[in-house]
Design a protein around this ligand. Sequence first.
Ligand code: GLN
Length: 197
Amino acid sequence: PPRVGVLALQGDVREHVAALRSLGAEVVLVRTPHDLGTVDGLVLPGGESTTIDKLSRIFGLREPIRDRVADGMPVLGTCAGLILLADRIVDGLPDQQTFGGLDVTVQRNAFGSQRDSFEIDLDMPLVCDDPVHAVFIRGPLVTEVGPSATVLGALPDGRVVAIEQDNLIGIAFHPEVAGETRLHRHFLARVAAGDAD
Ligand code: GLN
């Protein structure tokens, strides 16, 4: 089976591990550069992007993750994870950094506070035939899409909430808390395709 990591510094790590294991993946919790070296793909969970950014620097993971992203390792980022994959962020903390890789601008907390969380079914024809159940919890929004990024999903009003670019998938919502595994399946297919090269 594909061997994939979940960045386990902060956030909803457990939910991603469960989703990936339910699909038959071998899952490693990534907390050190050594852990990272053992995986063929990485999930960046939802949580607090500012905290995950700081901890990744403290744990010496920032540069190794950036190197693996540049090297083509498949990465799935959800919510805070999407923020961490974005080349540009709006409403970040003054010293907030990202791993980058997705040629997009992402606005943090674009939907307001925790109380403005919502759920909606989204068509994602490039991922699967039937609508995906999307849970938004203080989620970000993709406000600018660069020429090499592909929109995977948008709200009914057209605002972009899911993006793919080469090895990177960024989702503004939380498939992992809704028992929604089709985005994880899409990610694992990329990992498997990378193995075949
Ligand atoms: N608001 C969070 C952030 O800016 C993301 C929220 C989430 O991952 N559910 O990192």
